[in-house]
Ligand binder design. Structure first.
Ligand SMILES: *Cc1c(COP(=O)(O)O)cnc(C)c1O
Length: 428
């Protein structure tokens, strides 16, 4: 794409990374459903394996459909490069595998997707990585959680499930002073609502499963290298700044500069752990991204209308949507998500746990399921489902107490969405 001025977000959402297929002229990016790629000759093969030449070898490491997806997300986030993988959780695993060694620690906001809390507390422990929890509502807690072994800080821009907006810049400042990269999970906001790099993110991660794919049909994840962190100057990340045994002693940060992190994630963690994305999923997610600006604006506008309506309902005790007047996160939302506060928020019912379980059984248009970011409106009672493996304390502090119901407001007509909640609330 050759253009006079830098293309705007909605243009990038459709064009970044893509060109008509050189072999066939196909305008939509083809699904390159192949495991492997024929080498030009023996020298070419050797150069590919040494990282002297960059190119396709085997679909566990890269694939042309996946490559377009990666370039598109990197462009939308303003990063230097990206790596798409099998799921959001795989993306987190690959990031930490690249940054940490056994005995290392990282600090994470405790207001996170429930699955991330489990991954950090349990699965990561087996790798010898320790999470220290901080509180997104108390910035000083991030400083207090730091130790000499801290190698990263991890937050969500809009935190799942609570409708919490995180003060990214304040935490970025702490990361900078501590000399560690700030990782921002931008899944709920997407780059349309929140430009996390501009606020200090060094690495951005997404569950592509949610709003980027946007249609509830494919699981995927992506890592964006913002190209901002000085791996050599830091010296705390041997994978990036020391000679790599498995590639003839190359030093990633020297050879690949401001996209070294993305390359290391691909040719080490993805190569060896193996969670690659399928070309078909990459294609579906890429198609979803083409309408991201339209969808996210409509999701956000619908959510604002539904939240405002719920706030007036007798059986609703509280609504936590950062787009509402008077919400405690409203000023953070205006700063970090100026186009809207997203589609996911929580509210509390009179009648606590029972009422929550009851309500999800009474809706018709809403689907009762454990996902967010579908075109369809989704509802769940986190305490009895997504957050049920956490302790009651962890649940409360993650914004998933007994009375909490979470909505992911879809793209249906807002009056139909409200009418469905109205009839369900009338029955409880
Ligand atoms: C869903 C989700 C994840 C995990 O992604 P998967 O694609 O389900 O592995 C991580 N973070 C957030 C905020 C999510 O919503």
């Amino acid at each position: 794409m050759v253009m006079e001025k830098a293309p705007a977000f909605s243009t990038l959402a459709i064009h970044a990374g893509a060109q008509p297929d050189p072999a066939t002229g196909a305008r939509a990016t083809p699904i390159y459903q192949t495991t492997s790629y024929v080498f030009d000759d023996v020298d070419h093969a050797a150069a590919l394996f040494n990282l002297e030449t960059f190119g396709n070898i085997y679909t566990r490491i890269m694939n042309p459909t996946q490559a377009v997806l990666e370039e598109r997300v990197a462009a939308l986030e303003g990063g230097t490069a990206a790596l798409a993988v099998a799921s959001g959780h795989a993306a987190q695993c690959v990031i930490f595998h690249t940054l940490l060694s056994p005995g290392d620690e990282f600090v994470a906001a405790r207001q996170l997707y429930g699955g991330s809390i489990n991954q950090f507390n349990h699965a990561f422990k087996k790798f010898g990585w320790t999470v220290a929890w901080a509180d997104a509502d108390d910035i000083s807690s991030f400083e207090q959680a730091l130790s000499p072994n801290t190698k990263a800080i991890f937050i969500e821009s809009i935190a799942n499930p609570g409708g919490i907006v995180t003060d990214i810049e304040a935490i970025a400042k702490i990361a900078k002073t501590a000399g560690v990269p700030l990782i921002v999970d931008n899944t709920l906001a997407t780059p349309y609502l929140c430009q996390a790099k501009a606020h200090g993110a060094d690495i951005i991660v997404h569950s592509l499963t949610k709003f980027l794919g946007g249609h509830g049909n494919s699981v995927g994840g992506v890592i964006v290298d913002c190209g901002t962190f000085d791996w050599i100057g830091s010296g705390k990340y041997p994978t990036l700044s020391e000679p790599c045994e498995s590639y003839n002693g190359i030093i990633f940060a020297e050879t690949f500069g401001d996209f070294a992190f993305a390359i290391a994630c691909r040719v080490l963690a993805l190569r060896d752990l193996g969670p690659c994305i399928s070309p078909f999923n990459a294609f579906l997610i890429l198609t979803g991204i083409e309408t991201l600006p339209l969808r996210l604006q409509a999701h956000s506008d619908n959510a604002a209308a539904v939240a405002a309506w719920l706030q007036t309902h007798d059986k609703v005790v509280w609504v936590n949507y950062a787009g509402l007047d008077g919400n405690r996160y409203q000023s953070l939302a205006k700063k970090y998500c100026p186009k809207g506060a997203g589609a996911v928020f929580t509210f509390g019912l009179q009648g606590g746990y029972e009422a929550g379980v009851n309500l999800v059984g009474k809706v018709n248009l809403f689907s009762h399921l454990a996902n967010i970011g579908d075109t369809r409106s989704l509802i769940i009672h986190p305490a009895s489902t997504t957050h049920s493996q956490l302790t009651p304390d962890q649940r409360r502090s993650a914004g998933a107490g007994d009375d909490v119901v979470r909505l992911s407001v879809g793209l249906e007509d807002k009056d139909d969405i409200i009418a469905d909640l109205d009839q369900a609330l009338a029955q409880i």
